[in-house]
Design a protein around this ligand. Structure first.
Ligand SMILES: C[S@@+](CC[C@H](N)C(=O)[O-])C[C@H]1O[C@@H](n2cnc3c(N)ncnc32)[C@H](O)[C@@H]1O
Length: 170
């Protein structure tokens, strides 16, 4: 169990931040960065990727309180691995990681955890690359329907809101 000082949490949570390549400011004061890995990883041809999260932990079991009315994260970022295969010492594996055989179960649990820690009306930003698995297949794993997002191309973003009207029927 990770020891977390809840009073120090920031309004944004990135549950699998990797090398923080998304960010205009990699040390922004508004994001709690989490990843299951910590370290510097060989990426071939002399390149390395450093993953240095604030919290080392699994997105299928987030160590934060439930969100709700005026409590919880305002924004959660979820960019899980999307590749079925990558060379053992490749840049893609070092940067993004790869899917294992239970990925559907784990990514579904990841979605549920992201929504659990969001405040009501909080926003989830999900990113996927459709190179190996279609977007529709992964969106089905979420307990909420996506609100909007780009619907073409390999790299896709989907925006969700934690609102009862967007929850899927059980
Ligand atoms: C596609 S990369 C994220 C890249 C990141 N968005 C960036 O800006 O660099 C996916 C990340 O998910 C992490 N990851 C994989 N399984 C995880 C899990 N169960 N919990 C938390 N992080 C996980 C990997 O270590 C990897 O860094």
């Amino acid at each position: 169990m990770i020891d977390i000082d809840y009073s120090s949490l920031r309004p944004v949570l990135d549950v699998c931040c990797g090398g923080r390549l998304f960010y205009y400011e990699r040390n922004t004061p508004v994001v709690t960065f989490q990843d299951i890995r910590r370290g510097t990883f060989e990426a071939g041809e002399g390149r390395t990727i450093t993953v240095d999260p604030d919290v080392a932990g699994d997105f299928t079991n987030l160590s934060y309180e439930d969100g709700g009315e005026h409590k919880g994260f305002a924004l959660v970022v979820f960019d899980p691995p999307h590749l079925k295969r990558a060379g053992p010492h490749s840049f893609m594996r070092a940067k993004y990681g790869v899917l294992d055989k239970d990925w559907k179960k784990e990514w579904g649990q990841g979605f549920r955890e992201c929504f659990r820690v969001l405040r009501n009306d909080g926003v989830l930003v999900f990113k996927w690359s459709t190179s190996d698995i279609p977007m529709e297949e992964v969106l089905k794993l979420s307990p909420y329907r996506p609100l909007l997002g780009d619907q073409r191309g390999h790299t896709r973003w989907a925006i969700f809101i934690k609102h009862g009207g967007m929850r899927r029927k059980e």
